[in-house]
Design a protein around this ligand. Structure first.
Ligand code: ZN
Ligand code: FE
Length: 242
């Protein structure tokens, strides 16, 4: 039942995620955009790969999917049915409410349009772990490249309903610049001030700020604090101009 998540830093500021089902050793990789560091991490973790999970079609999330697949024949690639035409070849095409199986663990698919139309997230209650792709970042959210504020508001509302102790495993290390923006729109927020301080210290020590916890994001992330679509559109617009 229990799943662990380990970040694998790739490219400039992306994270792929190595998931392990502690009961069976079944292993998954999320968003394998750079082969060499991912293959090295998988080999260090036991040399097994059962699943490749794709959150969305952008190159910095999918580029080396076929490199990793070729190294671990038999692994299954899972991605959004809606985006099958612009993803690597899928063994399982999924949509909202579908499940993925990682050994003895089950993950649930959540449709999260906004950054891209076909964006999906994966939630493993046995973590609890959320793979939030470019939908929800620590103290931020994805830019609205294909979708609109209404879609992003709906997506973030679904994520905010997950348990407060959910580990938010997102696709980028953007937290330090997100914190600067967040403080500019919500300077009096004590939870945000505390998180910003922690983030500065982690980055100064060369450490990752991810994962964060959903409860902490709900208190400090200005995009989760937006009360309605208009408020979200406003804060997203400010961030785009920041
Ligand atoms: Zn993206
Ligand atoms: Fe990205």
């Amino acid at each position: 039942m229990a799943v662990t998540a380990q970040p694998v830093p790739i490219l400039k500021d992306n994270y792929a995620w190595l998931l392990k089902d502690t009961e069976t050793g079944a292993t998954a990789i999320v968003d394998p955009a750079e082969g060499a560091p991912i293959v090295a991490a998988l080999e260090a973790a036991g040399g097994r790969l059962d699943l490749i999970l794709l959150t969305h079609h952008h190159g910095d999330h999918i580029a080396d999917t076929d490199v990793v697949r070729a190294r671990f024949p038999g692994c299954k690639v899972v991605g959004a049915a809606a985006d099958a035409h612009r993803l690597p070849k899928l063994d399982q095409a999924v949509k909202e409410g579908d499940t993925v199986t990682l050994g003895s663990a089950t993950g649930r698919v959540i449709d999260t349009p906004g950054h891209t139309r076909g964006q999906i997230n994966f939630f493993f209650p046995g973590g609890p772990i959320l793979l939030s792709g470019d939908t929800l970042f620590s103290l931020g959210c994805g830019r609205l490249i294909e979708g609109n504020a209404e879609e992003m508001f709906g997506s973030l509302s679904k994520l905010a309903a997950l348990p407060d102790d959910t580990l938010v495993c997102c696709g980028h290390e953007y937290t330090e610049s997100n914190a600067k923006f967040a403080l500019s729109v919500d300077p009096g927020n004590a939870a945000l001030q505390a998180r910003a301080k922690e983030v500065t210290a982690l980055r100064a020590a060369g450490k990752s700020t991810i994962p964060s916890r959903m409860g902490e994001e709900k208190r400090a992330n200005p995009f989760l604090l937006a009360k309605d679509v208009a408020a979200l559109a406003d804060v997203r617009g400010k961030k785009d101009r920041f």
